[in-house]
Design a protein around this ligand. Sequence first.
Ligand SMILES: Cc1cc2nc3c(=O)[nH]c(=O)nc-3n(C[C@H](O)[C@H](O)[C@H](O)COP(=O)(O)O)c2cc1C
Length: 411
Amino acid sequence: MSPAISPIQPTSRPPLEGKTVILGVTGSIAAYKAADVASKLVQAGAIVDVVMTTAATEFVGSSTFEALTHRPVTTGLWEAHSELSIDHVALALRADCVLIAPATANTLAKLALGIADDPLTATVLATESPVIVAPAMDADMFASAPAQRNVTTLKDDGVVVAGPADGRLASGLVGKGRLVDTETLVGLVRKSIGQHGDYAGRHVIVSAGGTRQPIDPVRFISNRSTGKMGYAIAEAARDRGATVTLVTAASITPPAGVKVVHVETVDDMRDVIIPSSSEADLLVMAAAISDFTPAQVSDHKIKKQGSSGMSLEMAKVEDFMPLAHGRKLVKIAFAAETNDLEANARAKAAPKGAAFVVANNVSEPGSGFGTDTNKVTFVDAGGTTEPQPLMGKLDVAHAILDRALPHLAGR
Ligand SMILES: Cc1cc2nc3c(=O)[nH]c(=O)nc-3n(C[C@H](O)[C@H](O)[C@H](O)COP(=O)(O)O)c2cc1C
């Protein structure tokens, strides 16, 4: 039997490949969730060194983290795994990011004061890498004056404070004290590590999802777009240092560390994108904007009883992309086509004022709506076409950002 060959070319590079994350785990009941965080960081390609406080080891064993990370776990100041024999300095030096999840009230207080009496707080004091803390505790503990004061101090010191989230707490009470979810934490690590990337200082606006045009208060007409491609572009731009605004009509969970504006209709999307484009560097219109909208919107539910059927008159929607202008704005359009891909895409470039169009044949296998892969062709108004191989959507997103970069230079 011949070996299975992946159809995805080139192979996706894990987003944290080659990066070292120090994962601090402290003595919160949420410490068990840190095992999932460690696992997801490893899956994202990171080298993960776990540092546990003594209290954390009361909740989870260090062997859990050793098994997940394939690395020794540091639990005391006086044990030495490192080449320097001073673990906290060695960890601090090789860190690309320190993430403390969960972070107890006690550890937040120590960090705010610069106390360094355990390997975790000593590592934070010694590192120049970005530090993220994810508090998890009883809601009243978090709301207390000292905890709030410490959070403010840490933010002033440049520490990213993630959460806590609202919800049910271990005590059974409901409030603001839950550890934020793993995906958010991994997203914030990626953002922190990428903050000085080739999109640093750039503002990127990405539209995503399929707009919904109302028929009546309970019905709408839309399309098959899920938003995955636009979300991948937002993620990739974030990972390369951009400030990202994601204007989305999709219902999937947005990436962490980007500004998200939820919209529903074409009008909503236009009303957000046009004013914000004036100061943006890049606008990527990955949303599937409705081409037609019901000519009349009923203000009450259209009833089935007494009717033999209904016909819907549709009006054409004016494309708002030509109206997006800015001193330094570069625009990239998308063309989802089922036939005459390149000719249709080329015809769209000039009227939209796009530097290039990302054309994809949505009827091809592995391409278009809902898939995790895409096969696109970059087409510009001048007639240049650059077909891309079938790739994961995050790889397509990076290819789009690579292609856009020369257009941004000097603006
Ligand atoms: C069962 C139990 C659950 C605890 N959960 C939390 C918690 O979720 N958040 C918190 O800040 N402290 C919590 N604590 C208190 C901390 O474990 C305690 O303040 C400890 O000194 C923290 O040490 P560390 O910051 O070095 O890990 C809990 C204590 C116990 C006994």
